[in-house]
Design a protein. Structure first.
Length: 185
């Protein structure tokens, strides 16, 4: 499959986000049990991110108590420390990533064969130490428009819950990017 066909499959009818974040693909056999377990972890992770991010945007009529603000600050600090420890020495590279609920496109160092399976990893939230992992299959691996080698991955098999949670997560990311562009315009 060529890069234009792969882009059409992954991003043609899906909401896509372009971000620069820690991401990688590990080629490995992925059986049905491993795929289902990854989907369950991804769904739980994305739901937790949504609860945390959405609760931070609520306009609460009563201001937070100083004690609650201190607890939240300590938790944020603890999460940052755990994240820093987790990433020491073995963090995924920060790469330009285009992704949708269908799949992702990212630069890679070495070519992989079409049909290779594995796990796609990405840092779904900057404060989250554990990466989001999704089973994926290589659709194409070719030089991109800039000459660098790119990988097109199709996620799956994904459970319905994981797809739904991923779509909501990407919608929030897209909405946040639009708001950021408007602030700088």
């Amino acid at each position: 499959m060529n890069r234009d066909q792969a882009d059409a499959v992954l991003f043609g009818d899906a909401l896509a986000c372009e971000e620069t974040q820690r991401s990688a693909f590990s080629a490995q056999p992925v059986d049905a049990v491993a795929a289902e377990a990854a989907c369950a972890r991804a769904e739980a992770c994305l739901h937790a991110i949504a609860v945390i991010e959405d609760s931070g945007n609520e306009d609460d009529e009563s201001p937070q108590s100083p004690a609650l603000r201190r607890i939240e600050a300590r938790l944020e600090l603890l999460m940052a420390l755990v994240g820093a420890l987790r990433h020491q020495g073995h963090a995924d590279a920060v790469v330009p990533l285009r992704w949708s609920a269908v799949g992702a496109r990212m630069p890679v160092e070495t070519a992989l064969a079409e049909g290779s399976t594995g796990m796609f990893r990405t840092q779904a939230a900057p404060w989250l130490a554990e990466p989001l992992e999704l089973p994926a299959t290589v659709m194409a691996c070719q030089p991109g428009t800039n000459g660098a080698l790119h990988l097109w991955l199709r996620f799956g098999p994904l459970t319905e819950g994981a797809v739904s949670a991923l779509e909501r997560h990407l919608f929030r990311q897209h909405r946040r990017a639009i708001a950021e562009r408007r602030r700088h315009a």
